[in-house]
Design a protein around this ligand. Structure first.
Ligand code: AMP
Ligand code: ZN
Length: 137
């Protein structure tokens, strides 16, 4: 089986510009930054994405993302950040080890907004909300 790149980074078998690590999570610079200072936060233990990460680990990822995002304006001079997580190939996930992107933002125009409204059908909105509400635990 092919080795997982992010597992290898987590085990220090591959180089990365690490900004933080503890026993559970790690943050390092994205090798192809979308903007200056783009950081990825990962669990050290392999899991695929949002669909299979343990809740506790998911919380730790977001806690670390918050700590990093909050110092970005001072360190980088950005004025905003986008958090992005892609779960599944259809959602653009390319590396199949959970990662949360922290993308510092300097102005509105440097990146394209990834979505435009899919539908303005009020009945569809109502029906989808009803179906999710019914299933949520
Ligand atoms: P995604 O499309 O959400 O799966 O994003 C994968 C991200 O991982 C991309 O932004 C890549 O630039 C980044 N990436 C891939 N390999 C490495 C690596 N060895 N070190 C740091 N970032 C990487
Ligand atoms: Zn992995």
């Amino acid at each position: 089986m092919e080795k997982c790149i992010f597992c290898e980074i987590a085990k220090h078998n591959l180089p990365a510009n690490i900004v933080f690590e503890d026993n559970n999570v790690m943050a390092f610079a994205d090798i192809n930054p979308a903007t200056k200072g783009h950081i990825l936060v990962i669990p050290r233990k392999h899991c695929l994405n949002l669909f299979d990460i343990e809740s506790d680990l998911f919380t730790r990822i977001f806690q670390l993302a918050k700590r990093i995002a909050r110092i970005m304006p001072e360190v980088l001079g950005c004025s905003g950040v986008n958090l992005l997580h892609s779960a599944g190939e259809s959602a653009w996930q390319e590396v199949m080890h959970f990662h949360l992107h922290i993308i510092p933002r300097y102005n509105r125009k440097e990146l394209q907004r990834p979505f435009i409204p899919h539908s303005t059908d009020k009945d569809e909105l109502k029906e989808i909300a009803r179906r999710i509400k019914e299933k949520i635990k």
